[in-house]
Design a protein around this ligand. Structure first.
Ligand code: NI
Length: 182
């Protein structure tokens, strides 16, 4: 297993649409281990493949540290599709390992339904709400090249501008490794 540097805002791979995974082979399993190691080292609760430089349509989630999710089993989500979005929207504050030190209120559906492949290539489908729905939507966004600043009102995005420039210049400190400026 290896720790991977985390890509940050401005890295072009974070703007790419992730390529579907054709088979869950040894390389993908290795990638999944690397994702977990990198996410845990950075105290994250979700990580998409392009956040470690891989253009692959998958992400992982582990909510164990979050209130009310003590029994959460780490989730590996391959080739996801969001098949239902609730009309009920909810605003919650989000952060992202690719946006160090930045937090912003983001409005998203409160409930969603997702389908995806698990690591046995079995099709899974379930409904998620609250934090799990939120994290799934955030990670799914990464796979279509979207990030928090794309999901906030223009007025808020304007306020984030200084922080985004600092991140792109690497004028920030993180307790996990990030990519060097391209
Ligand atoms: Ni993120």
């Amino acid at each position: 297993m290896s720790l991977m540097p985390v890509t940050v805002y401005g890295d072009s791979i974070l703007r790419e649409t992730a390529k579907p995974i054709l088979s869950v082979d040894d390389e993908i399993i290795q990638n999944i281990h690397d994702l977990f190691e990198t996410m845990r080292n950075a105290n994250g609760i979700g990580l998409a493949a392009n956040q470690v430089g891989l253009n692959k349509k998958m992400f992982i989630i582990d909510l164990k540290g979050v209130d009310g999710y003590d029994d959460f089993k780490p989730l590996v989500v391959i080739n996801p599709e969001i098949i239902e979005y609730s009309d009920e929207l909810i605003i919650m504050e989000e952060g992202c390992l690719s946006l160090p030190d930045l937090r912003a209120d983001v409005e998203r559906s409160e409930f969603i339904k997702i389908k995806y492949l698990d690591t046995d290539e079995e099709l899974q489908e379930f409904e998620a709400e609250s934090w799990l729905a939120r994290v799934i939507l955030h990670e799914y966004d990464h796979l279509i090249g979207k990030m928090i600043p794309d999901r906030v009102e223009p007025r808020i995005k304007q306020k984030l501008k200084g922080d985004l420039i600092r991140i792109m210049k690497r004028d920030i400190e993180t307790d996990y490794q990030i990519t060097e400026r391209g």
